[in-house]
Design a protein around this ligand. Structure first.
Ligand SMILES: Cc1ncc(COP(=O)(O)O)c(C=O)c1O
Ligand SMILES: N[C@@H](CCSC[C@H](N)C(=O)O)C(=O)O
Length: 404
């Protein structure tokens, strides 16, 4: 038999075989907790949905293909992924973690650290040489995220991973790919051992479920991960698995449009004079590194205004941009990470890590980009963030054609 043909990612996202007995074009939803057995001696593939469910299996097989993994597991949230992964460690194991990981990741690692379940060393993971110098035999796991949420710091994943495996082939390098999604980045191909992401974001794309995905190429790690997922009962429910399968099919086209909009908005804010953090801007200090690892820039940017009150006014003056946490959805969102998504990092730690309190994060959706720019312009004018009389004057200053 000839080897199974594989297509480009865009095609693989849409082209799945349901394997259904009636050849349904969409894999059916098996909304059942239990599965009857033919006899005590002839047990079927499934017995209980916590252990396995055909709808979840269909999703997981599809995800494994897209993430270039050997195995993928769908669980109840992105944080659920981290909970499962950290259970691979033994009490007191030492780990290295970025100093700018997502707030919830920082919270869970800090909690486990306080309990003595692990010893976490936090470093600036953009400093590749520093990280390399800290990797010793004692380190069991390394947690990376790139670009980071919301400071958009870029990590040299390949170089750190290669070095870690040279020091000790058993070090497990864990990578959070939520900000890029598999359409823009394939961390397993850069050598990481476990990739996970919050499927609540781009993978599903509609903000109607919470989900997380863990992927690996290692049979040994896959067996351990499955054991923990089955034991703790955090496998994704059949209905959420079905919804995630549906969302996944439009990932490429959603991200393409979101990113196109985001590039326009990042340039607009940059031209006005804000300090914009976005890996798609040539002004980003790690533009080249990011481009060497990824197939795009994503749709999350952050910018500073220099004044907390001013940032609050801008956030509260938009109309289309909803004030909400999360990202990767079809609709655009605006937030202040220090008050919202990253409030779980205490103020002192935020200060130590130079986390700007006035930072505004924009998560761009698939709306008409001119409408989005108009909405932001209205908020910038209303809040007094730009000292210009009206929209036409502002557009003129940055060379934009006003939408009639
Ligand atoms: C980068 C990143 N990783 C992980 C998570 C956790 O995902 P979830 O909210 O699905 O638990 C989030 C957001 O919540 C995130 O932004
Ligand atoms: N209240 C929540 C905040 C979730 S933040 C969600 C997302 N990762 C983002 O960055 O917006 C919590 O305490 O976890």
């Amino acid at each position: 038999m000839s080897p199974k043909k594989s297509y480009s990612l865009e095609t693989e996202l849409v082209f799945t075989k349901s394997g259904d007995q009636y050849n349904a074009s969409v894999a059916p939803l098996y909304q059942s907790a239990t599965f009857k057995q033919d006899s005590l001696s002839q047990m079927g593939e499934y017995d209980y949905t916590r252990s396995g469910n055909p709808t979840r299996t269909h999703l997981q097989n599809h995800l494994a293909k897209i993430m270039k993994a050997q195995s993928a597991f769908a669980v109840s949230s992105g944080m659920g992924c981290l909970d499962v992964i950290t259970r691979l460690l033994k009490p007191g194991d030492e780990v290295i973690a970025g100093d700018d990981l997502y707030g919830g990741t920082h919270r869970l690692l800090t909690y486990l650290n306080k309990k003595g379940d692990l010893i976490a060393h936090h470093y600036d993971t953009t400093n590749t040489e520093l990280i390399k110098s800290k990797i010793t035999d004692k380190i069991k796991m390394i947690f990376l995220e790139s670009p980071t949420n919301p400071l958009i710091k870029v990590v040299d994943v390949k170089s750190i991973t290669e070095h870690a495996h040279k020091v000790n082939p058993d070090i497990v390098v864990v990578f959070d790919n939520t900000m890029m999604s598999p359409i823009l980045m394939t961390p397993l191909e850069l050598g990481v051992d476990i990739q996970y992401e919050s499927a609540t974001k781009y993978l599903n794309g509609h903000h109607d479920i919470m989900a997380g995905v863990i992927a690996t190429r290692s049979t040994k790690l896959a067996e351990q991960l499955y054991y923990i997922i089955n034991s703790t009962g955090c496998g994704l429910s059949p209905f959420d698995s079905w919804l995630l399968s549906r969302g996944l099919r439009t990932l490429a086209i959603r991200v393409e449009r979101q990113q196109e909009n985001c590039v326009r908005i990042a340039k607009f804010l940059h031209q006005i004079g804000f300090k914009v953090r976005y890996p798609g801007l040539k002004s980003h200090p790690q533009y080249e590194l990011h481009s060497s690892m990824c197939r795009g820039y994503g749709a999350v940017l952050s910018f500073e205004t220099g004044n907390i009150k001013l940032s609050e006014k801008i956030v509260e003056s938009t109309d289309i941009f909803g004030i909400a946490v999360s990202f990767g959805c079809v609709n655009s969102l605006i937030s202040m990470p220090c008050k919202m998504s990253h409030a779980s990092i205490d103020k002192k730690t935020r200060e130590e890590r130079e986390f700007p309190e006035d930072l505004i994060r924009l998560c761009i959706g698939i709306e008409n980009v001119d409408d989005l720019i108009d909405d932001l312009t209205k908020a910038l004018l209303k809040s007094g963030a730009v000292k210009i009389n009206d929209r036409d004057e502002l557009y003129n200053a940055v060379g934009l054609q006003p939408k009639l």
